[in-house]
Design a protein around this ligand. Structure first.
Ligand SMILES: [Zn+2]
Length: 51
């Protein structure tokens, strides 16, 4: 399990994203992704899945 860069909740799946607020790539959980995905300059860089 890895931590979400935003809420620090542990999860197995994270989304690699950037936005106007996060200009470097971050890994975030599904809930944080739903927030970041609505921000300006949002871009998606893949999904990290832990086995
Ligand atoms: Zn999160």
């Amino acid at each position: 399990m890895k931590k979400c860069d935003l809420c620090h909740e542990q999860d197995k799946i994270h989304y690699r994203v950037k936005s106007i607020l996060y200009t470097d790539w971050i890994f975030c959980c599904k809930e944080c992704w739903s927030v970041v995905s609505r921000q300006y300059n949002y871009s998606y860089g893949g999904t990290r899945k832990l086995k």
